[in-house]
Design a protein around this ligand. Sequence first.
Ligand code: PLP
Length: 398
Amino acid sequence: MDIFEKCRNFTAAEEYQERGLYPYFVPISENHGPRVVMDGREMIMIGSNNYLGLTKDPRVQEAAIKAIEQYGTSCSGSRFLNGTYEMHMQLEEKLARFVNKEAAQVFSTGYQTNAGAISTLVEKKTIIITDKTNHASIFDGVFLGSALNPRVTVKRYLHNNMDDLQRVLEAVNPDLPKIIVTDGVFSMEGDLVKLPRMVELCQKYQVGLYLDDAHALGVVGKTGRGTMEHYDLWDEVDIVMCTFSKSFASLGGFVAGKKEVINYIKHFSRQLIFSAAIPPANTAAVIKALEIIEEEPEHVQRLQEIGAKMRREFQAMGFDTGESETPIVPLLVRDFDKTFGLWRALFEAGIYTNAVVAPAVPPDRSLLRTSYMATHTDDDLDRVLETCKKIGKQMGII
Ligand SMILES: Cc1ncc(COP(=O)(O)O)c(C=O)c1O
């Protein structure tokens, strides 16, 4: 049997390309933040996670350039051996303060942060309890943790359903170590975890809580400190993680919590120890982005206002925006081909969105994911709304 047979048999991508309906790996030739150039045309970008628009902030760009001049383009090794720079330590201190935790550990990507922190924390008989729709990097951390510790038990509960979570908690052995892992803001539909009830359950059943705030820091909470700030529940969350590839305008990620927990992850995570450190430019960009978020709350406020406007207007037109409470506003289409069709029609009209279909979401929740930046202009947003209304009606979606 030829191992490559499945590759030859995979033709779906080409088929959609031939029909002009393939929405993935579309190259960008110029990036101006809320506007990009694709296929030789300027487009309004509503498919990015650059929530605060800071990737194009001159201060962030300058910090990255200076870091390259001073320290070079790579750390050329792992944090563990030769790749720890003073700026990494400085960033970790700032991040821990930002999220109100004792300590933080930076990883080279958000994906590695989840894979590393989760797989390192679980041991022999741990019970990991996860929302069914958590991000893939959480699941990969869970899979890795269970592969390394075959007696780990993994339980999933229905999306954001606290009754189902309670059902799971009641059924598991109370004497074994347990951890709940959840997104703070769910990445595809922009809904918020029901943290108050989850915290009550954690306390009742003595479960640790791990919160992935990748789409929440810089986005929710009055000053952008995420889900914990939104609900004013800080100490109740044991571990919070976030990536730098969204509000923080860079690449990398971190996990924060009690000193001893972070110290353990630091010394045992293979994803940290056996992978090169986040480069100087990326580190300096996050430090500057964090300073801007702390000193200029108007960016977070503007983003939240834009999110509220877009949800309100889309709902008024008849679009189904699910349970979104954030600037991630899904347009639920619930049909695979129609989702690709809507994506293409908007693309032709100069608007770039993300088509999200199974297996990323259940088949009956195929959607266009739209997401906004603090730097979008009102004119661009109005054009998005008008165009979506016109095309949505033509296609019978609204
Ligand atoms: C909820 C969530 N966690 C983790 C990650 C991984 O972060 P990164 O893409 O920066 O590696 C993402 C990114 O898509 C995410 O959406």
